[in-house]
Design a protein. Sequence first.
Length: 29
Amino acid sequence: MNTRPVSARVLDAAIEWQLNMDSNGGNDA
């Protein structure tokens, strides 16, 4: 069902990680 290229998944993971870091302020895990 997931036909997206690996690079796209990696990019999404990087964006989500960055958003989590911004929202948590780097204090929560």
